[in-house]
Design a protein around this ligand. Structure first.
Ligand SMILES: [Zn+2]
Length: 316
């Protein structure tokens, strides 16, 4: 009989392998990479706000949301807004907002975001923006898919911002006219450039202004498969990234955030920021890491709520 036990265990393991669908176990890496490839294709014309290429990228993301089975928060996934460009012209942008209701706290929201716009076509040259930020946009789709099959405790808003490259105008419009009462938005997790790094390093910013995030990030850094480094969230100047992507407007509303992204690389805001230069292994590990963070944040949101409440009471 001694020899039957390993056989029995092997059969149980086989049964789990067959009975558990792939989507219930992990981020879908194949879909992740193929979504990034589509969003950074020449046909998207660099996704600049207000262009047909930008609208094509939006249609692709909305189709994916519908396939995943997430609902819009309002009547439509598209949330149009008008903003001023840096030169004072009207910019017509469209954020994409989808909802996954939480099981335990449906009236508390975590916003998971990435900007889907990029620089467009300049002098006939297409700026594909594969890392900036097709990588974050495809990653948020992958997270939405994962949470659809692993329902969260708190409600999650999966949001793709427009007009980040034009002065964070999509995120500003979102927090100025929030689709849910702003005091119910407890945290923001923003992804911008998570697809490549020569040193295998991913930064997490936000623990300095919001120390409540630090234990979550510290334990993640100790266990995860990328070099996760906390920082770029203090001081003045270019090394403080807080106002350099869409987490900035959330921070100004005192919403605790964590921003995930890499150091600028030589292809940053160049036509060479292409799909071919994405590092699929690193990218996949980043998305797994961010997924792990969001999972722990969701379970630990009770700890973040008092920070949010204190931010609402402190008006300066
Ligand atoms: Zn960006």
């Amino acid at each position: 009989m001694k020899s039957s036990k390993p056989v029995h265990l092997a059969l149980v393991a086989l049964w789990f392998t067959i009975a558990t669908p792939v989507h219930a176990q992990a981020i879908d890496s194949t879909r992740l990479i193929s979504d990034l490839r589509v969003l950074s294709a020449d046909s998207m014309e660099g996704r600049r706000i207000g262009t047909s290429g930008n609208a094509r990228a939006r249609a692709f993301i909305e189709n994916a949301i519908n396939r995943i089975g997430l609902r819009p928060l309002k009547a439509s996934l598209s949330a149009p807004f008008v903003a001023k460009s840096r030169a004072g012209a009207d910019l017509h942008g469209v954020n994409i907002v989808s909802l996954l209701r939480g099981r335990m706290h449906p009236d508390r929201y975590i916003v998971i975001s990435a900007h889907y716009d990029h620089l467009g076509v300049r002098n006939g040259v297409t700026y594909n923006g594969a890392d900036d930020n097709a990588s974050g946009s495809a990653a948020v789709l992958a997270l939405a898919q994962w949470y659809k099959y692993h329902p969260p405790e708190n409600s999650m808003l999966f949001v793709w911002f427009d007009g980040e490259e034009s002065g964070l105008v999509g995120a500003k419009a979102f927090v100025e006219q929030p689709p849910v009462p702003i005091e119910k938005i407890i945290a923001n997790v923003n992804l911008d450039m998570v697809g490549r790094n020569a040193k295998g390093e991913l930064y997490a910013s936000g623990a300095s202004p919001y120390p409540v995030m630090k234990p979550l990030l510290d334990s993640l850094a100790a266990s995860t498969r990328v070099k996760l480094i906390l920082g770029h969230d203090t001081g003045s100047g270019q090394n403080n990234w807080i106002q350099q992507s869409d987490q900035g407007p959330f921070h100004l509303k005192k919403i605790p955030f964590v921003y995930f992204g890499v150091e600028d690389h030589p292809d940053y805001h160049k036509p060479t920021d292409k799909f071919e230069r994405i590092e699929p292994g690193f990218y996949f590990r980043c998305v797994q890491t961010i997924n792990e963070f969001v999972r722990h944040l969701d379970l630990a949101l009770d700890r973040v709520v008092p920070v949010r409440v204190a931010g609402l009471q402190n008006k300066d």
